[in-house]
Structures are given as structure tokens and as C-alpha cells.
Design a protein around this ligand. Structure first.
Ligand SMILES: CC(C)(COP(=O)(O)OP(=O)(O)OC[C@H]1O[C@@H](n2cnc3c(N)ncnc32)[C@H](O)[C@@H]1OP(=O)(O)O)[C@@H](O)C(=O)NCCC(=O)NCCS
Length: 163
């Protein structure tokens, strides 16, 4: 298959799943020794963009990030683990869900730190949005995310602010 063919065929969610792991270094942290929220957000954007690009096989830009909160902090020396997958593709945009965990390497314990939904838009060389192939949701969880992504898109398009 050439590049054109890759941009025509629907792709299962599993083809674009991303797992990204980094160790939290002192430079990433505030005076309390926990990771800056902004650094976590950067990693979320990067993991999301990789999933979006893997699915679309096109250049993508971040169009929006739904509201997000941090449930727990991530300490220096711990790992930050990000799982990202495409929930649903629409016309030229797609929604990626990213889950962030802290991992204590002494105990192996993982704690859920944050979740985010990002919308990426595929663009051509001229900067104009271009079509994205559909996503095939295979598992029950993927089907649930696919359905819920449709509802979130309606909320986004309604212009009602996230709370
Ligand atoms: C995202 C961008 C390409 C959309 O361009 P546009 O001319 O508004 O495009 P359209 O109105 O034709 O919409 C294209 C798609 O983007 C989606 N979209 C546009 N703005 C959106 C937003 N704020 N949130 C979610 N989706 C959005 C539309 O729903 C549409 O999706 P669909 O084709 O799947 O139905 C354009 O706004 C842009 O380039 N923004 C800057 C992106 C960037 O630089 N990001 C990095 C962060 S600084």
C-alpha cells in the first residue's frame, strides 16, 4: 500500500494506540517536588498528536482540549505514563482520549492523575482541513468511547462552556 492507500481505509483503534513513559526529573518540577501541570499538558498534547497522526497518516493540529483536572500529583523520581487512543474520527477532525498515570517504580503502583479529550484536525500542505478515515471500534470499551465522543462533539459544537 502506498501513502494514498493508507489515507483511504478505516483503521482499528489498536493501530494508533500510544503508550508514552517519562521519568519526572527535578527540572520538570515545582518547589514541592511535583511535576508542573503545564509539563503534563505538553505530554498529553504530544501523546494525543502521535495517536492522531498514526490514525490519520496526515499532519494534524490541536484544535481544542476539553476541560481537565489533576486528581493526584506526580513526584520527582516517579514515572509519568500516558495512554492515548483515537476515540472517533468525524470528517476532518478526530477525538483522542489521553489518560495520565503516575507510577512508583519501587512498588509498581499506578495512580490515575488526569484524563483529557483533545480534538485534532488533519491538514494539507496548504493548511486547509482534509478528510480522515473512520475508526473501527472493536472492543466494548472502544465502542463506549466512540459513542461518548459523539455526545462530546455535540456539546463542543453547542458552544456551552465545559465546567
Ligand atoms: C483547527 C483549524 C485547522 C480549523 O480550521 P477551520 O477553518 O476552522 O476549519 P473548519 O471550520 O472547516 O473545521 C474543520 C474541523 O475542525 C473542527 N474544529 C474547528 N474548531 C474546533 C474547535 N475549537 N474544537 C473542536 N473542533 C474544532 C470542526 O468541527 C471540523 O471538524 P469536522 O470536519 O470533523 O466536522 C484552525 O482553526 C487552526 O489551524 N487552528 C490553529 C491550530 C494550531 O495551531 N494548534 C496548535 C495550538 S497553538
Amino acid at each position: 500500500m502506498d501513502r494514498e492507500d493508507h489515507q483511504k481505509h478505516p483503521r482499528p483503534v489498536k493501530d494508533s494506540v500510544v503508550e508514552m513513559t517519562e521519568v519526572v526529573l527535578p527540572n520538570d518540577a515545582n518547589n514541592l517536588g511535583t511535576m508542573f501541570g503545564g509539563k503534563v499538558m505538553l505530554l498529553i498534547d504530544v501523546a494525543g498528536a502521535i495517536a492522531a497522526r498514526r490514525h490519520s497518516r496526515r499532519m494534524v493540529v490541536t484544535a481544542s482540549v476539553d476541560s481537565m483536572s489533576f486528581h493526584t500529583s506526580i513526584k520527582v523520581g516517579e514515572l509519568v505514563v500516558l495512554l492515548a487512543s483515537v476515540n472517533r474520527a468525524f470528517n476532518t477532525s478526530l477525538e483522542v482520549g489521553v489518560k495520565v498515570f503516575s507510577e512508583n517504580t519501587s512498588t509498581g503502583t499506578r495512580q490515575h492523575t488526569a484524563s483529557a479529550y483533545l480534538t485534532f484536525v488533519a491538514i494539507e500542505d496548504n493548511g486547509k482541513p482534509t478528510g480522515i478515515v473512520p475508526v473501527i471500534a472493536e472492543t466494548d470499551e472502544q465502542k463506549r468511547r466512540y459513542k461518548e465522543a459523539g455526545k462530546r462533539r455535540e456539546v463542543r459544537q453547542s458552544g456551552v462552556p465545559w465546567v
